[in-house]
Design a protein around this ligand. Structure first.
Ligand code: SF4
Length: 223
């Protein structure tokens, strides 16, 4: 591997995936028991630490309400109370209701699974409260579509490695990874999860480069 990753080099992205796998092993994302749970988690994780998402999901499980039928029957205030640990609970309750309404009107999961990815992505983005990152979380992890999720960690690590500018448009970064990884949703799933892990382990806002397994290829390295 060269001492610096070159922009638009698909082999560099493959190297990144391989190296992170060597460092951390498979991540087995998304941690959930069903596609519906993944979809709810994608909304609950907006501006929230994952540990608090787990608490909110567990409250739904304890209430035996981790189903479309149960959630749609709840009032917004009842749902907000259950998901309170995830924060912004009134806003998120509305967004979850919006998503459930979309699911009800569009058919069951197997129906949506037949839709082309571009059609499904457009439809999800029409749901009030579902933005680019949330839609792509749902597409990749709930529907197993080859769509790369661009989050804060992706921007931070990718820009520090010199792959793109940190403030590059979402769709430019998404297209960069999708071109590099082809149609392989499994690799997109794994790389996104590994980038999150790497950000938590060493590539913090103030990075701990001394223990980083990518430092030989990083233009931002502090050592
Ligand atoms: S060397 Fe430092 S800045 Fe670069 S990826 Fe590793 S932790 Fe992040």
């Amino acid at each position: 591997m060269a001492s610096q990753i070159k922009l638009s080099d698909a082999q560099s992205v493959q190297w990144l995936l391989t190296r992170l796998l060597e460092c951390y092993g498979p991540q087995y994302w998304w941690p959930a028991d069903s596609a519906f749970e993944i979809m709810l988690g994608a909304i609950l994780t907006q501006n929230a630490a994952w540990i608090n998402v787990i608490k909110a999901i567990n409250q739904l499980k304890i209430a035996n309400c981790l189903t479309l039928d149960c959630i749609i029957a709840l009032s917004k205030s009842e749902l907000a109370a259950l998901i309170q640990p995830a924060g912004y609970y009134n806003v998120k309750a509305q967004r979850i209701h919006n998503l459930c309404q979309f699911l009800l009107e569009s058919g069951d999961f197997s129906t949506l699974q037949q839709w082309e990815t571009s059609k499904l992505r457009s439809a999800l983005l029409q749901v009030n409260g579902i933005g680019l990152e949330t839609a792509d979380d749902i597409l990749l992890y709930a529907f197993d579509r080859p769509v790369f999720v661009v989050d804060t960690y992706t921007r931070r690590i990718g820009s520090r490695l010199g792959l793109f500018k940190q403030q590059a448009p979402y769709e430019i970064i998404r297209a960069f990874f999708e071109a590099a990884l082809g149609e392989c949703s499994a690799n997109m799933n794994e790389l996104h999860a590994l980038l999150v892990q790497h950000a938590k382990q060493s590539c913090h806002k103030v990075p701990q480069c001394s223990k980083c397994c990518l430092k030989s290829a990083c233009i931002y390295s502090t050592i």
